[in-house]
Unconditional design. Sequence first.
Lengths: 126, 670
Amino acid sequence: MESETKKRVFIVDDESGFTHLLKLTLERTGRFTVKEENDGTKAWLAAREFMPDIIFLDVVMPKIDGGDVAKQMTSDPMLQHVPIIFLTAIVSEKEGGHMIGGFPFISKPVSLQAITECIDKHLRAS
Amino acid sequence: MPPPVTEKFRVLLIEDNAGDVFLLRSMLDSERKCGFYISDVAGTLADGICLMETHRFDVALVNLSLPDCAGIDTIVTLHAAVPEIPVVILSDEGEEDLALNALPLGAQESLVKGRLDGTTLQRAMRYAIERMRAEAALAREREMLNTLLDNIPDRIYFKDVESRFLRINHALTELFGLDRPEQAYGKTDADFYGGEHAAKALGDERRVMDTGEPLLGDVEFEMLADGRKSWSLTTKLPLRDRSGAIVGTCGISREITAMKEMEEQLATERNLLRSVIDNLPDRIYLKDASGVYLLDNVAHQRWLGASDADEVLGRSVFDFFSDEIANHLHAVDCQIMETREPQLNLEELLVDAEEQPSWVLTTKVPWIDDVGSVLGLVCISRDITLQKMNEESLRSTNAELNRSREEVLAAMQKLQRAHHDLRSVQLQLIEAEKMKMVGRLAAGVAHEVKNPLAVVKMGTEFLSMHEMAGEPDVRETLTGMVDAVSRADAVIRGLLDFSAPKTLEVRPESLNAVIERALILVRGDLKGIAIERELARSLPVVKLDVGKISQVFINLLTNAAHAMEGGGMITVRTYTKQLTGVGANVSDQRMESFRIGQALVIVEIDDTGHGIPEEKLPKIFEPFYTTKPTGKGTGLGLSVVKTIVDLHQATIDLRNLPSGGTRATMMFRT
């Protein structure tokens, strides 16, 4: 049952070092089950399989853009209710609340606190 | 009754016969009252002449037969020696013929000795004296006449009824080129003059003789043989004999060629002058003291509307102008004549006889005679209407030129300004293009750097949850790592801000409100620092991109805070200002951004920190230039500020305050 109460977090980023550490860190809190995906083209199928509560999506990836991945997800009836948060190394974040293409984002490097607050905020809202 | 004898006549008797001497004395003695007496007796001619040369005698009685001389020679010798003494010849019987022959040679009377008596003798002597006197008088007259005829330069002639010369004087002899006057006698004018002249003279003389009327002061012209012109003034009179009958003509003629030539020259000069005066475009006239025209030229006549001088001379301005104008003109003339002050080159607007106005340049001079009396005045005036009009048009052309010049200058200034604007736009475009590239570069760098940073940061997060994070060394290491990541992240973020797309979303905003929000956002950095607000109450709204301007204030306030590590005070001030000119606070660079008279909103942020080293002031807006110690600033804050302020077409200026600290001054257009 423990796994059912844990929130399922899906991280898509080509930087495997980052996804791996984020997975370890989040899971170490004991509150999250994390799946990482380093190939953006496989993200959609992986998401359908994993069925996350929330998705963190890198914007700039090889082969496919984060925005395109987001479109795939939101056009999938099985996934369209899942909140997507962009993780970006490009846009400088100021005071939060900024949006990219209608999605909220947090900018890298990100602190554990910022991630958890973000997850809590969006899952509480949904 | 005979008249009483008052004269005593001294008689010289030249007689060698003593008996005759006695007889003659006796005759005269018996006639005592006759007044003649023989004062001396000479026996020879030589004695007689000697006596006459030393004594005065009234008459001489001379015997023709004397011891030293006889016959006619006696008289000839005597007359040659003493021509002025009247002589009565005493001849013997039978010598009457001789005596008669001697008479014209110097004797006045002759008597025959045997037929003498006192009365006869006395009468003869008286007669001789009278005759001598008459002859002398006649001789004197002839002398005077000859003197006159031969010395007068006028030519004089006497002609007979056939107009043949009877007598000509010296001047005429010379004219004819003769040696002696006699060479002309018996000849006529035809022998000396051309036929035409001779015929005219002959006609004139005939007329004088026919009518008996003189021809007076006739001017004759003749062309002389040598081609010279000759004029003469001739008077011809009838020549009458004693009975009054006309026997010829006489005439006197004076050479007047020089006079005539002078006259002709004068006439030529007068005509020349006249034609000059008449052909001058200037109006010239002479008027007498009462204002009556005495002389004028064609230009003046035309101005008066007259067709010739006859319509003008003898009249005055009152005959040509209305009373009002005439009175004015006359008064001016009177004043000049009264004061004798000439009026020189006066420019005046006058009307002509048809009241057409024209501009004239007039000079009037009083006409003064030799003794200083004013006779009238002379005036010369020139129509300068055309010049005046030209002057006027020149003036207006000049004014137009000046205007055009000013317009061209203004256009040039505009052009220069436009050029300057264009150039700064070009520079901005170049800058923008550069910044776009920097932006792309920054984005790439940010991505490539931020991902590893994200890994490191996540790694520190993970490790800090690990058991060994409880150990002090590990915790210290982790904290250092987190700090380093934060710093690197700040640099990347500044770089992204600096290279962010340069577009504004402007809205009218209150600067005071933006400042208040910025102060709230940076409150965490302002611990220990006092904030003083001097915000103007009614500040005009300014078109702003609130997000970007907020960043400007945040950066400036943060910088101020960093300059006052040990605490201090920040003063934020806003006010409006009318730009009146280049003053101490307004640099040239600002003048290019703003126009005089524009209302500006000024924001000043003062701190009480350490200030900016003077040598670094010119570089503070350059990217990656920082005055902060390593690790304290990115070197991009003020570059971002400058870029944003520029985008708002505002200005920013940082300077150190005399009291210490720094003042940032921004000027926004309203």
